[in-house]
Structure formats: C-alpha cells, structure tokens
Write a protein that binds this ligand. Sequence first.
Ligand code: GDP
Length: 454
Amino acid sequence: MEQTSIAALSTPPGRGGLAVIRISGPQAESILRSLFIPVKRDATGFDERKMMFGKLIHQGKLLDECMAVLFRAPRSYTREDVAEIHVHASEQVINSVLHAVFSLGAIPAAPGEFTRRAFENGRLDLSQAEAVMQLIAASGQQAADAALRQLQGGALRFVQAAQAQLISLMAGVTSAIDYPEEIDEAEAVGNIAPQLRALAGELERQGNLQTARILEEGLQVVICGKPNVGKSSLLNALLHEERAIVTDIPGTTRDAVTGSTQIGGIRVNLKDTAGIRQSGETVEQLGIKRALDAVKSADLRLFVLDRSCLPDAEDEQVLHAITGLPSVLVINKSDLPDHPGFAHWIDSHRDKLPENTIHLSASTGEGLDSLRQAIHAQAGQPEHSALTLARHIRLASQAAGSLRNAAQAMEEGLPLDICAVDLNYALASLGRITGDNYSEELLDEVFSAFCVGK
Ligand code: GDP
C-alpha cells in the first residue's frame, strides 16, 4: 500500500514566536515545493537539511514569510521525506497553512504518528519511542534524565542483553531435548535452572514500579498534625511561597492545600491536610475523611509536632492514623524553647513514632534541608535502574515470573519441552518492551498516549 503523507502542528497551539508544521511521507517535498518559494534559488533546487528563508504562497495568496527545511528519506525523524515549515505562531497563519497542506494531499496525523512511523521504519525501538513521550511529559529533572538515558538506548541495551542470555540458555534446553543420549538431563537442569533464577532476579532489580510512578507523577507527600503545629508554615517554607493561609485559630486550614516543588530533581506534590480530629461539624468531618484518605495513599507522611506544647490526645489521633506507614517525624518550632514534658512524651511514644526524626523551624528555615533530604530519600534511585517506565517494568516482571516457573518446573523434573514453553513466554514479554514482536493493539496502546504532532 502506498504510504500516506501526514501533517500536523508540532508545537503547542496558541500565539507565540514560532510554530512548526511538520509533513512526513512521499508527498512532503511536493507539498513544500507547491507552497514555499525560497528567496535564494540555485540550480540544485531545494537544499536538503538546510534552513531556507522564503514565502509561503497558496492559490496566489501570501500566507506568511517563513523558514522551511527538507529532510529526504531515510535521513529524517520518520525515515520518510519530511518537511518542516517554521511560521509565526498565529492562529490564523497556522490554520491557513494546515488548510493548504491538507488541500495538497496530506492527511492529519494521528496522535504520536510521526514517532510511530519512526518506530515502524526502524529508526527507534519501542522503548526509545516511549522515551520521546516520557521526555515531553517529564515532571522533574530526574524524569527527563531517565527519558534521555532511555532515548540513548538504555532500556534497549539491557533488554537485548537479557534476551541474548535467555536465548543461549534456551539453546541449552533445546540441546538436552534433542540429544537425550548425549546430554545428562539432571546435569543440564542443575546448570540452567540457577541461571534462569539469576536472570529473573536481574530483571526485577532493574525496575521498581513505585520509583517509576514517582518519576512520572511525582512523590505524594502529606503533611499531617493537629491544628496549629505549623503545617501550613511548613508547606509554605517547602514551596518558598505564601500559598496556604497561616493563622493561629485552630482548624482554619479545613481543606487540603496543595503545592508542588522539585527536590533533588524529583517532582514533589505536597498536601497540607485538615486536622484529623473528631468534630461535630459536617464540613469538617468531610475534610477529615478526605484527609485520612490522603494520609493513607501518600508515598510519605510528615507528622508534625509543636515542641513548645505538650502533645495531647489530638496528636495521638494523628499518630494513630500514620503508624506503620512510611513517615518522618517533624518536630517543629525549634526556635522556641521546648515544653518541659515534651522530651518525656517523645520517649514514652518512641515505639509508635516514625524512626526518622527531623528538628526544624518552619519560621526560620533551620533544619529544612535535612527534611528535604529525607523526602528525597523516599523517592528511590531511578538513576540506578535500566527500566523506568511502568509498562516496561511490568513486562520485565512478567518475564521474571515465567523464568522462575520454568526453573521450578525443571527442578521438579517436568519434561523439558514443557519448561521451554515458559521460556518462550519470557522471551515474548521481553520482546514487547522493545517492540520486537508487536501487534497493532500494542502500538495503538503506546502511541495513543502521545499528542498530535509528536
Ligand atoms: P497549622 O494549623 O498546623 O497549619 O499551623 P500554622 O502553619 O497555621 O501555624 C500556626 C502558628 O504557629 C502560626 O502562628 C505560625 O506563625 C506559628 N509557627 C509555625 N511554625 C513555627 C515555627 O517554626 N516557629 C514559631 N515560632 N512559630 C511557628
């Protein structure tokens, strides 16, 4: 089938300095030639891979003065002929240029279709195509770095090495099946099964779903404590801005106040909850229910105590809600003298309190850096993982599961050709990461999450 030519606006819509309209496919050059008159024309015609300045004219009407560049296949993003037209980012100009491009035979690109063509034409593997999307969506510096490592083939190399190792182990199994009189099966199993388990362990170590989610969405941190301990002040101090309203009337911050910042390159989404305490007021009860839900679902809880007061039943209620969940004890107001009974209260509740304790002052900022470090430590270390996308980590863990099943079946003495079925499953799961064996459904799933123009 003759490949269609697709076109779309590749920059965000709206007014701005520049907008780039991209065309890919066999008609890219002819469409560009019909619309674009370069100021400098030489005998060789359109320059390839060079910015040209000129005029865009359609049906005798000037659409814009612009720059244009032509990439001939296969030296382009999609490996097809590609033309990019850089116009002024005016809604009118963009619409009239797109209209002209479509009237000359291009069709509107589907979400992610440029990158999908780059994959289908072998310019990128699937993990690299997804890295483009991960980079565009990166919410923190670490997410961007992880996407760039993947774009450079980080996940691809890891998966290819795992595949090569698996294929060689599968060859061992096949030989034992094919030459039973020459190969001692028990010996082969004794040799291969531990290697399958080791490979499974390696696949699982190279990606952590929680770390991947934190990279993608940010670390969810809830600040909890009874009214007036300084939660809003702490939120503001961490955000470096006056977002929450700080007052000394208990219960003023009824609903959650949220804000987001970066700590060590990780996006951190902070939520200051309403006090978790018994209340007759319906509005406040609703707030309490929401606060409890937020406390349970967060990645990390900051349990704030005010050291200038003796903690009471209200603090214990909050402590009860966080016990057993990853939390940091924040002892606030270090600029004030502590209450004479405070240290004793801490000692007598040590077994229930979070181990990690930070003394700080939300007012003066003293101790905030230690808190930032403690928050960052909770995010895990994505820089040590080859796999940082949830889809890849799930597939690697499926592959690991199949490898363990095969190892167990071998050790239990099941026929080797049955074990080989699990090994094939493992290989197929790995192949789905890089797109070795892809289906239209898999591609639709991956590329539908892109935006148009990518
Ligand atoms: P929340 O109800 O827990 O959100 O508490 P707020 O942040 O509204 O603070 C309650 C009161 O404590 C305010 O008057 C703050 O100025 C004060 N406060 C908060 N943190 C500190 C601190 O570190 N030192 C001192 N001295 N006062 C603080």
